[in-house]
Design a protein around this ligand. Structure first.
Ligand code: FUL
Length: 689
């Protein structure tokens, strides 16, 4: 071949290939994810374990002055953690190798504040090693949380500490095999023990840690690990601890404007930005309980299935990963209540996506196609197989013509993010019998994955329109599912006046109930509106899906005397909280006493005390005396005793005594769990049947 011609040909090819074209979907829209971010994105769902000194001191943030010997799990079993995670389809775990109190879960050379000096295994144990091995054995990944803040270390606040911090990280990233994520908390600086100084130490969060040097070290030691922080560099905080990403969630971030722990982060940056300069996708971190660490008094507060489902759809369904935390308990295992709730979530998610509306290429047509980016590529969930329209011919649409009428309530769509996040707004329409299109959803971003929970929708055709995008959209997958209804028994809500509401989480289900102790379905009472129950009554209720004919479990609630005519005697402006039937509001009595006028004489044979349900508890009554009176002047003692284990298990307490006539009742706290004034969420009476 003529050499000149060859060079000319080559330069034309090079010229064409190097020219960024607006129409060629192969041209990435920057920023784009790197390989490690793409691998991480595919994990979607993985575990967080908060297990450290706080587990044994019942704290959320230890001060750093704890005696290391206190770390002593009685039955540490990371194989149980790994089995649970594996069964749940989680892809790995991140463990709190060191939390703010500075206690290290591995025998580090950098401090004495570690498992080396724990009672556990006579100081010969290594939690990190055992967890890493247990997860690897199940084919799961392993990651580390290392708190930059160290309330134990005497050098915290000086450059020397930053060296120590880095040495700790080096140990973790060198001695325990492959690490998939390194997690840096934005919380740092404040009061602490600091080697005995017991003082407040603030650092300049922007400059103190010299993050670029640390990041370079991570790249050198663990090139495949993503680094999490408010400012990434690889994965960013979602900006809240509820596990919720946003309806508009960009993986692009104005990264250079952000630093870890900045006060305005959540409001200004956590959603990402359309014009973000770097690819830093969101990770939603949330605990399965109110606290990050284990507290026995939260055993009854594990998140409910509807709460967990909201978390799932609002994180994984909104272009974020989900990092779900287990506060590992004092035995060293994931508590059975947490496992039960986790598996409920996992089973329901499986069920939600088990009925996929069948699609084949003849069901799909697009406004246009660009080269190989043909519309049938949408059928495969492989990211690289995508559809993209030829540009310049109006909004890009895909019409899905089902072969017959279909019913669905979930829509799943994914962008081929390897070419950048592009879609700014999209819409779903369905076709009615007259061939007209009706809009059922108008949304903004898609990103790696977007899932819409829709009302039950019946149609023969759907139109998916992308109204606005940063460049030609590149969609890798779409699918429709018909998720069975969430069949939970109704939540019973009864107010002070005795009005009962039976609330369900899903629309379109039926509720049956009975007030005579008989099976609610047999009783045939269908709930249509609120009703009144004034006297002690056994309420039974059940939910039915009219489509499948399936029932939920039956719920049974023993309603007590309605508090309609009750008044609080003495007390203050908050004493109404005592009898408002709302356990989330409290009455605090400096006199450690609550007195109630029942409005008329009743035959009383017991009382109920509902303790405070706040995140941080105070004034729970430990020992008590309960009095009754007919006239409000002469009081008789009806019961006296202790609410055993109330600090650990603050659930409603029920005390029975010999029947007596009473118009007035009084609960007196002889002592409280923390010597603070007595707190009451609710007080009630049990009547003789
Ligand atoms: C926060 C910490 O302060 C909490 O204790 C917990 O570790 C959570 C994941 O991050 O910033």
């Amino acid at each position: 071949m003529n050499f000149k011609l060859f060079i000319l040909g080559l330069s034309i090819v090079l010229f064409v290939r190097c020219q960024p074209s607006q129409t060629d979907p192969l041209t990435p829209v920057l920023p784009i994810p790197d390989e490690r971010q793409l691998a991480w994105q595919g994990m979607e769902f993985y575990a967080f374990a908060h297990f450290n000194m706080n587990t044994f001191t019942n704290m959320e943030w230890g001060l750093g002055d704890e005696d290391p010997s206190m770390f002593n799990p009685t039955d540490f079993d990371p194989k149980q953690w790994a089995k649970v995670c594996k069964e749940a389809g989680m892809k790995g775990i991140i463990i709190t190798a060191k939390h703010h109190d500075g206690f290290c879960l591995w025998p580090t050379a950098t401090t004495e504040h570690s498992v080396k000096n724990a009672a556990w295994k006579d100081g010969k144990g290594d939690i990190i090693k055992e967890v890493a091995e247990a997860f690897r054995a199940e084919g799961l990944k392993f990651g580390v949380y290392l708190s930059p803040w160290d309330r134990n270390n005497a050098d915290y606040g000086t450059p020397k500490y930053v060296e120590t911090f880095r040495a700790q990280l080096r140990e973790l990233l060198t001695n325990y095999g492959e690490v998939f994520e390194v997690w840096f908390d934005g919380a740092n600086g404040g009061s602490g023990y600091y080697g005995g100084a017991n003082e407040e130490r603030r650092v300049d969060k922007k400059s103190y840690y010299d993050w670029p040097t640390t990041f370079a070290m991570i790249r050198e030691l663990q090139p495949n690990a993503v680094v999490f922080g408010d400012a990434g560099p690889d994965v960013r905080w979602v900006g809240n601890e509820h596990g919720f990403a946003y309806e508009s969630t960009w993986s692009n971030l104005l990264r250079d404007s952000v630093y870890a722990g900045m006060p305005e982060y959540s409001k200004k940056y956590s959603r990402g930005q359309e014009n973000g300069t770097h690819w830093v996708p969101a990770e939603a971190d949330v605990s399965i309980r109110p606290g990050w660490y284990y507290h026995p008094y939260e055993d009854h507060k594990v998140k409910t299935l509807p709460q967990l489902l909201d978390i799932y759809y609002n994180s994984i369904g909104r272009n974020s990963s989900l990092l779900l935390n287990f506060p590992v308990d004092k035995t060293g295992q994931i508590h059975e209540n947490d496992v039960t709730q986790l598996m409920k979530l996992v089973d329901k998610v499986k069920e939600d996506f088990s009925q996929k509306i069948p699609l084949k290429s003849s069901n799909l047509s697009a406004s246009s196609e660009n080269g190989d980016y043909v519309v049938e590529n949408l059928l495969s969930s492989e990211m690289k197989s995508s559809w993209s329209p030829a540009s310049g011919d109006g909004p890009a649409t895909v019409t899905i013509d089902f072969d017959e009428v279909q019913t669905f309530n979930r829509f799943l769509v994914q962008e081929n993010i390897s070419l950048g996040q592009r879609v700014k707004s999209f819409e779903l329409e369905i076709q009615n019998e007259n061939g007209e299109w009706k809009s059922i959803a108008k949304e903004t971003t898609i990103g790696y994955k977007r899932i819409l929970r829709l009302p039950e929708t019946k149609t023969t055709a759907v139109k998916f329109t992308i109204h606005d995008a940063k460049d030609s959209p590149v969609i890798s997958h779409l699918a429709f599912y018909d998720a069975p209804k969430l069949l939970l028994p109704p939540a019973v809500d009864r107010d002070k006046n005795g009005t009962v509401k039976l609330n369900v989480v899903e629309e379109g289900v039926q509720v049956y109930y009975s007030l005579d102790g008989k099976d609610p379905v047999q009783s045939g009472k269908v709930y249509t509106q609120e009703f009144e129950v004034m006297l002690p009554t056994k309420l039974m209720a059940v939910t039915k899906d009219p489509i499948s004919g399936k029932f939920s479990e039956v719920i049974e609630v023993n309603l007590q005397l309605a508090k309609k005519n009750w008044t609080v005697v003495g007390g203050d402006e908050n004493s109404g909280n005592l009898i408002d039937e709302d356990p989330s509001t409290n009455y605090i009595s400096n006199q450690n006493i609550a007195t109630i006028d029942l409005g008329e004489k009743q035959e009383v044979s017991g009382f109920t005390y509902y303790p405070m349900q706040n995140r941080y508890l105070s004034g729970l009554i430990k020992t008590y005396v309960f009095y009754t009176s007919v006239d409000g002047n002469n009081w008789q003692k009806a019961a006296e005793g202790e609410f055993g284990n109330i600090a650990n298990s603050p659930i409603e307490q029920r005390i029975e005594f010999d029947q007596r006539s009473a118009r007035f009742i009084q609960l007196k706290a002889k002592s409280t769990t923390d010597d603070q004034p007595a707190s009451f969420a609710e007080l009630g009476v049990l009547l003789t049947e």
